[in-house]
Design a protein around this ligand. Structure first.
Ligand SMILES: [Zn+2]
Length: 344
């Protein structure tokens, strides 16, 4: 298999930047379907960090963070390579939608992709074949949906038999100062229906490439502080990997992470107006209200509570709800992990 990125990097002079496109297909109008990629080749050899800004087209903070991180790198001072794909889902981004309107497939459920499949499957394959050939570490940036507020947090998975350890992933994720680090059950418990094993980070773990997700707040929205946190996290990670020189960036000072091992969506029973009683990041004791649903005469129809204590990961801020809408995303089981500094 030909790796375009491997070939481009081989031809680049040390200490330079290249801006390319990965060709995927053609629209009916003749417009090319392609994934933009920035290659930053260091002055000396070293590992390759891949930053993917977006798999879901309406999740924008990661796109900005990936671009800004790339622009802040000085290739003359790097040892190794940084590959940046600000968006892996350009048709979805252009359409301000989570998924490409052509096939409505969730890109982060389709890896490793299929070169003869639906358009989204082809996008996945175009990206993943390149990741497979060059990446030593990958960060996949996301946000929650447009109706939810949340604090930045991270998500990771465990692939049976992978050489990538949970301690390694926790070490790397801590650089982003996540409010919680969620260990996601690939079997799907607590999650929405879908092929979670088709996630980019999970498929990287299958190839022994350390990979995880960072969730940067609300979709369809630019949040300066979340972008700044992600850029700092990426710089810390690049420093940890030895790609940027030691002393470039400091922190974080916290040596622990709140690890979530069980989480769930909370759905409402009554339609109406959902008004939250709490904030993202807050711990809500059991039987205390997460929020309440009023009808359009102002009469309270439902108080939404949980049988367990919970950390609010995401809270709905769009009050219009029908029966069975998602009003909150919560952690119901967590502990505190100490970060261990074992090298990759
Ligand atoms: Zn996403």
């Amino acid at each position: 298999m030909v790796s375009h990125i491997h070939n481009w990097l081989t031809r680049m002079a040390p200490g330079t930047v290249a801006r390319e496109y990965l060709a995927v297909g053609v629209m009916s109008s003749g417009m090319p379907i392609r994934i933009p990629v920035t290659l930053v080749k260091g002055a000396s050899a070293g590992p390759c960090l891949w930053v993917n800004g977006q798999v879901h087209g309406n999740e924008l903070n990661g796109v900005v963070a990936a671009v800004q991180f790339g622009c802040g790198l000085n290739p003359a001072r790097l040892s190794g390579t940084v590959v940046i794909t600000p968006t892996a889902n350009p048709l979805a981004m252009d359409s301000r939608m989570k998924t490409a309107p052509q096939d409505l497939q969730d890109l982060d459920q389709t890896f490793p992709g299929n070169v003869v499949g639906l358009l989204t499957h082809r996008l996945a394959a175009a990206l993943f074949d390149e990741v497979r050939s060059v990446a030593n570490c990958l960060v996949n940036l996301h946000t929650m949906g447009s109706v939810n507020e949340s604090k930045p947090y991270s998500v990771y998975k465990s692939f049976p038999g992978s050489t990538v350890s949970e301690a390694q992933l926790l070490r790397m994720m801590a650089f982003f100062e996540p409010s919680v680090a969620c260990r996601m059950d690939v079997g799907g418990a607590g999650e929405l229906p879908g092929n979670i094993a088709g996630a980019l980070d999970y498929q990287c773990l299958a190839l022994n490439i350390p990979a995880f997700m960072v969730e940067l707040g609300q979709g369809s929205w630019y949040t300066h502080e979340n972008v700044a946190l992600a850029v700092t996290g990426l710089r810390r990670l690049a420093q940890y990997l030895g790609i940027v020189p030691a002393g470039t960036v400091t922190g974080p000072v916290h040596r622990t992470l709140r690890r979530v091992t069980r989480r769930q969506w909370v759905m409402n029973r009554c339609g109406g107006l959902f008004l939250t009683d709490c904030l993202a990041g807050q711990i809500v004791p059991k039987h205390q209200p997460l929020g309440r649903v009023l009808d359009l005469y102002g009469q309270e129809q439902e108080v939404v509570t949980l049988a367990n204590d919970a950390i609010v990961i995401g809270m709905r801020r769009d009050p219009v709800v029908h029966t069975g809408d998602r009003v909150a995303f919560v952690a119901t089981q967590w502990d505190t992990c100490t970060i261990v500094d074992d090298k990759v």
